[in-house]
Write a protein of this length. Sequence first.
Length: 122
Amino acid sequence: MARAQHRDETEPGYLAAETLVHFIRRADRNNDLKLRDDLFRELFERCKPFFRGQFRSCDKATREDLQQEVLKKVVEAILAPDDRADFMEVRFRSGSIWTAGRSMHVALFQSPDYKAAGRWAS
């Protein structure tokens, strides 16, 4: 777990997000829920820079809701019994959170519920 917490890509022993996805899946298969959850927390920490630039046109509550929805989709994909997470073990950024984030952002602007609720940043 210590190596998983190295976030500087230039550090020796740094583990890429794709490697974390692999270890999360392995821990889940081995029913090591503590390790799986710890690795998920680390993966989510690495997602924070992505979220800083997303959903800026929304109020804070909406941004937080959307971030949670994106992370939920990532968790579901990683833990899915099919092969959806295989791609994430190779290309996490283009295969998961970035794709899910972009999709949610587009859906937000097309959603009459969010427009009607006036949940845009002022």
